[in-house]
Design a protein around this ligand. Structure first.
Ligand code: HEM
Length: 551
């Protein structure tokens, strides 16, 4: 692994840093696996969304499969205007970008919820899926279908009779049915994801905002009625679904329903004389390992035109750095080093006997004698017991800037030191164009249904002859789906008369949709020494606290 790796770093972060300090928090809606305050068990919804996305797979033709087309299909028969699937995308939205497709998030959701709900056999995660831009043509399984017809449909998707029985049991270990009577409100015109009417100071926290978005898409009258669950441990990934089916205690509404026509789980489980379901009931381990394999095949069912990556392996040591200029034009070099601490696989034995420091070289490549010490700041957690420690540093640089850095770890008690130099080339650092993150934040205030941001960069005075271009990824609401289209706008940045030390400030004002502000941008300058600051993520401005406001 050589840092930075544009095609890998973002997905690796989303995958690895599921919870904890400086985490990306993809797992936030499924850890714990239980029903949330909104009455929805997101883990179950995510799994069902993924299954329905997958089910358009045509194994023989190599079409369909996991491509996020589900988010165009919420109104099709079998999905029945199930707006929970929209909620699934709303959970994913903060992670969807030009670097991480919605369909890679659908696949990741299965791995994440599996781990969150107690699954222990690691499902390998591969990425590289490409999103569909329309609904697929296919039929979902229905509870009133004959077993032959169900077998045909699963066979088309590449799963034989035994695999079908197991996959249904693996799926229905979570969640249940929403009884009739629950009203799913129809969204107005499918033009979702953006609120045009609000005009107020929006100061919600991350999660509250998600809820707020959900409300917009459901309408305020949406009421969730509790599940009728498939087994007595509907919030745990286990084989209770099979055990209870066999011992006669099952309350599974698709087994004991009054209308035999719609008892599809009974029809499926009994269709081989209970052979498969008996195997699954025999031990948690059998259930576990078979479900992991089947889920793995399900999420890796992708169109023939897609090439998936190798299994994602988390990185042992990864830097996250920033360069900022203060008003006097002095460089502040700050950041974090993430170090893997997973028991048995990490590179730290004892956090309290471990030190990290950063060395750096100036613009001319001359190394400083000083190494900036980094201090332990907190832990983050991944899936299946993965863990990381973050070390943070902050230092001022000389007026000669920076071109590269390295990272040294040491164990004081033994004197052992390891120098990480990015596979020999050191970690590159750009100082000729600096992204002014704080000045570029997205306003919390909504004016005329928009949020403003002013992309601001500082360009070294020796570099101002070539134009500085902003490649801004604008998420656009579109009809028929909650998933915005990500369209890149290329804009020449305006050179201002403002300066900071040896730097000239460039700006581009932008106006963003209320709920369409989470995105990314690149800053590009061509010429003899091209510069590209890639995948800078937009951030909301810090909240003004009451003391400041009252002052
Ligand atoms: C014969 C094939 C299948 C049929 C007929 C079927 C049917 C259903 C039905 C009617 C519901 C209740 C939906 C609701 O009321 O909200 C449901 C829920 C669910 N299904 Fe299936 N299903 C099948 C296969 C699968 C498979 C293969 C998976 C996953 C691998 C799966 C995962 C789920 C999950 C997790 C839920 C619970 C959703 C929640 O609690 O919100 N299903 N299924």
């Amino acid at each position: 692994y050589k840092w930075p790796d544009p095609n890998f770093d973002e997905i690796e972060d989303v995958y690895a840093l599921q919870q904890g300090y400086a985490a990306r928090d993809f797992a936030i809606n499924v850890m714990p696996c239980v029903e949330g305050g909104d009455g929805e068990q997101h883990a179950a919804t995510w799994l069902r969304s993924s299954f329905h996305d997958f089910f358009a797979y045509n194994a023989a033709e190599g079409t369909g499969g996991i491509d996020a087309s589900i988010f165009f299909e919420v109104h099709m028969p079998g999905n029945d205007n199930n707006l929970d699937f929209n909620d699934t995308y709303i959970n994913f939205k903060p992670f969807h970008s030009t670097r991480v497709s919605a369909s890679d998030l659908v696949a990741l959701s299965v791995v994440t919820l599996h781990s969150a709900c107690g699954g222990t056999t690691k499902i390998p995660y591969r990425y590289g899926r490409i999103d569909a831009d329309q609904a697929s043509q296919f039929e979902l399984p229905s509870t009133s279908e004959s077993i032959e017809s169900l077998k045909d449909k699963f066979a088309k998707a590449g799963f034989n009779h035994t695999e079908m029985i197991a996959l249904v049991a693996c799926g229905h270990t979570l969640g249940g049915i929403h009884p009739p009577g629950e009203e799913e409100t129809e969204p107005d015109d499918g033009h979702q994801g953006e609120d045009e009417t609000e005009d107020h100071d929006d100061e919600e926290e991350h999660e509250e905002e998600e809820e707020h978005e959900e409300e917009e898409e459901h309408g305020p009258d949406h009421v969730e009625i509790p599940h009728i669950v498939f087994d007595s441990t509907s919030q745990t990934f286990d084989n209770q679904i099979a055990i209870e089916y066999l011992d006669g205690t099952t309350q599974n509404p698709l087994v004991i329903g009054e209308n035999a026509t719609t008892n599809s789980d009974l029809r499926v489980f009994s269709s081989d004389g209970n052979k498969t379901i008996t195997e699954l009931a025999s031990s948690f381990e059998t259930f576990e390992s078979r479900c992991s394999k089947l889920f793995s095949r399900m999420i890796d069912s992708v169109p023939r035109t897609v090439t998936l990556s190798e299994e994602l392996q988390v990185i042992d040591l990864k830097p996250y750095v920033e360069l900022a200029l203060d008003s006097a034009g002095q460089y502040h070099f700050t950041g974090r080093v993430r170090i893997r601490t997973t028991p048995g696989a990490g590179i730290i034995d004892d956090l309290w006997d471990f030190e990290v420091s950063i060395g750096y070289a100036d613009r001319d490549g001359v190394w400083s004698n000083f190494r900036a010490p980094a201090w332990y700041a907190g832990d983050a957690y991944g899936l299946y017991g993965e863990s990381f420690a973050f070390f943070e540093f902050e230092t001022l640089l000389s007026s000669k800037g920076i071109s590269k850095f390295n990272i040294e770890t040491s164990v004081p008690s033994t004197g052992e030191k390891i120098l990480y130099d990015n596979e020999g080339g050191d970690y590159p650092m750009e100082d000729s164009i600096i992204y002014e993150k704080r000045q570029s934040c997205v306003s919390r205030t909504i004016v005329n249904s928009k949020r403003d941001m002013t992309v601001t960069v500082a360009v070294h005075q020796n570099r101002t002859s070539e134009p500085v271009m902003l490649h801004f990824v604008r998420p656009e609401a579109r009809d028929g789906t909650v998933v915005p289209r990500l369209r890149t706008e290329i804009i020449e940045m305006e050179k201002t008369t403002q300066r900071k030390g040896n730097y000239v400030i460039y700006k581009t004002p932008l106006s963003l949709g209320v709920n369409l502000w989470r995105t990314s941008l690149d800053i590009v300058q061509r010429g003899d020494n091209p510069v590209k600051l890639e995948f800078l993520r937009t951030e909301r401005c810090p909240e003004v606290d009451d003391d400041d406001r009252n002052a």
